[in-house]
Structures are given as C-alpha cells and as structure tokens.
Design a protein around this ligand. Sequence first.
Ligand SMILES: [Fe+2]
Length: 211
Amino acid sequence: MMKRKEFLKRVGHSTLYGGMVLTGLSGCKKDNEQRPAEDCKLTGPDDLGPFFVAGSSNIVNLNTQNLPGTPMMVSGKVFSGEGASNPIENAKIEIWHADSGGRYHPEGSGDVSDYEASQITLRGFVLTPGDGSYSFQSILPGLYGGRARHIHYRISASDHDILVTQSYFLGDARIQEDPLSQNAGDCRIISFQDNGSGTQVGIVNFNIKKS
Ligand SMILES: [Fe+2]
C-alpha cells in the first residue's frame, strides 16, 4: 500500500491547494473553477442514499479489489465552521461510491458484518491529523439511475454535528438534471483534473457545524 507521504507527493496536494488560494485572492471566480476553501460556508447536507454501510475500514485505497476504472485521488481538509481557518483534528470521513459501472459493493445498507468481506469495496474511512487534512484514492464513480456522478461522505467529529453529504464533478452535464446536485453549490462541485499520469485528482473540503 502506498504510504501517505508518497500519496500526497503524487497527488501534488500542496501545489493544488496553493493554486486554489491564489484563485481566491484574485477576487473573481471563473465558471470552470470551484470556490476556494476560504470562501466556503457550512457544507450543505445531501441524501444518505440506500447504500451506506456502517463499520467500514480505515484505508487510503478504497479500491481494495482492483476494480477497473479511471484512477482517482481525492484530498482536502475538514474545517470547523465557515472558511478555512479552523481545521479539525480527528474528524472521521466515511466514504462510499459506485464502481465504474454504477454499482455499489454491496448494493445494500446495514453493517459490514452483514456481508462477506468479498462483497465490500469502494468504501472506507479516513481520519484527519491536526491540520484537518485527509486523502484517499479510488476509481472514478460511474453513473446510475438519473444521478449525476458523485461521491458520498459521512463526517463525524467531537463537538460537531454529523454531516452526510455528496460531492459532484464540475462539467458533468447531469448536475443540472439531478435534483440532488442542482443546488449543491460550487463548494461541492469539484474540479477534477488529470495529474499527467492518468489519475483524476480533486480537492474536496468540508465545513462542519459546531454543536
Ligand atoms: Fe450514490
């Protein structure tokens, strides 16, 4: 398994993040860019959907079964309240998404103990260190039903409300047709770009509410 340091190096985390800060300083946001973290309000909630399975594993590579697809790397930070000033340590981000054919593993809910290990993949959780950062790798989620392409998250941290939400992919024509993504706002509609090695990389930040 790739070590976290090596993973961040390959994602180019600091470079991408720095680019976003510069975008914010310019004072004008282009339609093809996501909003910089410091301009984001509390992250909006979204549907849990029918495929959340509790008790998933703490892993960096969600694609534990090497399912085919376009490699994807997601990183970002979890902040307390609005903006990018108060990162949260020890936030738990549970992640789940469809495979490239639009199927979940498993296509069900409940707890991991309800399933065989071989049925479970493209789901897991990461924990944030003191700077609130996280990262994981997987494959691009495929399309199913009338949904826009999306990734699911459930974020929990002490003294904060639990946030269930989804992120979307900037440029996806389905965003305007999917009732769930139509009002996601530009802090959850993420610009993914090829890192030059065939991996789609994107930054998803979360702003959760102090309870
Ligand atoms: Fe979904």
